[in-house]
Design a protein. Structure first.
Length: 350
């Protein structure tokens, strides 16, 4: 980056990279995203006591659970990116002071919130965290055995470093340059060899299992009382170091919009399937979409106004209905087999 880069210049570069990435909806991009996911899953499988991984956010709400489909171009993301440039107009002639601050002080900063948030020298909407939030990243989670978070975070740090997969907080300036290069390569039809920034989280097995089990009841209560369904999920997250963020996420939104498991332990996968069967048994796809919108942040609410994303959601939950029907079919088969078996063993009862 230019040493005299203005806020107008840096915001236009970030907006351009993020928008180029969004507009490139090719199968090459889908395969690039899969490479990111698979690479994470491979290293996470090496963590002691690993119980599986899962993804949330983009691209998981835009593809089916097999990571197949055509990536939609999300107009809300482009509008959101464009807002960054508009925010930069009042100070477009100024130097982006954050660049020098990051270069000089970031090695000793705890993270982008502790120093940057109270700083009076830049508009809040143009501080590093707000700018970096425009960049695409991957939200990926590790499920570890109970009591294993400290060990898992130590091992994950080494494993992520070994393949150069980084949080955008590690080096914000480099993250901007990496995404710019990735977006350009994908637009040109070339496969990048650099990972997107990672938003990695660790959660204990019993915590995620309990949340999955609670979803059907929470949705039932929300329907009865006319409230917004809410289940807080508060993982350890990889920023500059591993930390618990100030606020929890609403797991209901993640469960409905994008929750995509990989290599779950057998009992955890069964828990998820039972939960999904109960959810789709109690609610129509349209009701579930209403719950998704109610539990979404304002930005995610606007994003899901896209008809492509709504259709993707409907198709996913219809898939949960198939799980329930498959279960019912198995029960009928077992009952017929049991009856036939009884007739053979005790023919005299006829």
């Amino acid at each position: 980056m230019d040493n005299k880069e203005t806020i107008e210049s840096i915001t236009r570069r970030v907006e351009g990279a993020s928008t180029n990435f969004e507009k490139t909806n090719t199968d090459l991009k889908r395969r690039f995203l899969l490479w990111n996911i698979e690479s994470f899953n491979i290293i996470a499988s090496k963590v002691t006591g690993n119980k599986g991984t899962f993804g949330t956010g983009y691209p998981f709400y835009a593809l089916d659970e097999n990571m197949e489909g055509v990536l939609p171009i999300i107009g809300e993301q482009i509008r959101y990116n464009r807002q960054l440039v508009k925010d930069g107009v009042p100070v477009q002639k100024s130097i982006w002071q954050c660049k020098y601050c990051l270069e000089e002080k970031y090695s000793t900063m705890p993270d982008l919130k502790k120093i940057c948030k109270p700083c009076p020298n830049m508009l809040d909407s143009l501080k590093p965290r707000k700018i970096i939030n425009r960049l695409p990243d991957m939200d990926l989670w590790v499920v570890c055995e109970d009591g294993g978070i400290e060990k898992a975070q130590e091992e994950m740090t080494k494993l992520l470093n070994s393949i150069r997969m980084c949080s955008s907080d590690i080096n914000p300036i480099t993250s901007i340059e990496d995404v710019e290069r990735i977006a350009d390569m994908l637009k040109e039809g070339k496969m990048p060899n650099t990972f997107l920034p990672i938003d990695a989280h660790i959660i204990e097995y019993s915590a995620i299992k309990r949340l999955i089990e609670q979803v059907p009841a929470e949705l039932r209560i929300a329907k009865e009382r006319g409230t917004v369904p809410y289940l807080p999920i508060h993982p350890k997250s990889y920023r500059k170091n591993w930390q618990y963020d100030d606020e929890a996420y609403n797991y209901i939104y993640d469960y409905l919009s994008a929750f995509t498991p990989f290599n779950f332990s057998e009992d955890l996968q069964q828990t998820l399937e039972e939960s999904r069967k109960k959810v789709i048994s109690d609610n129509t796809p349209e009701q579930l979409f209403g719950f998704l919108l109610a539990s979404a942040t304002k930005a995610n609410f606007r994003r899901f106004q896209s008809i492509e994303l709504e259709n993707c959601f409907i198709n996913k939950v219809i898939g949960w209905e198939k799980l329930r029907k498959k279960d019912a079919h198995s029960i009928n088969c077992n009952n017929r087999c049991a009856k036939n078996g009884s007739d053979i063993e005790e023919p005299g009862e006829r």
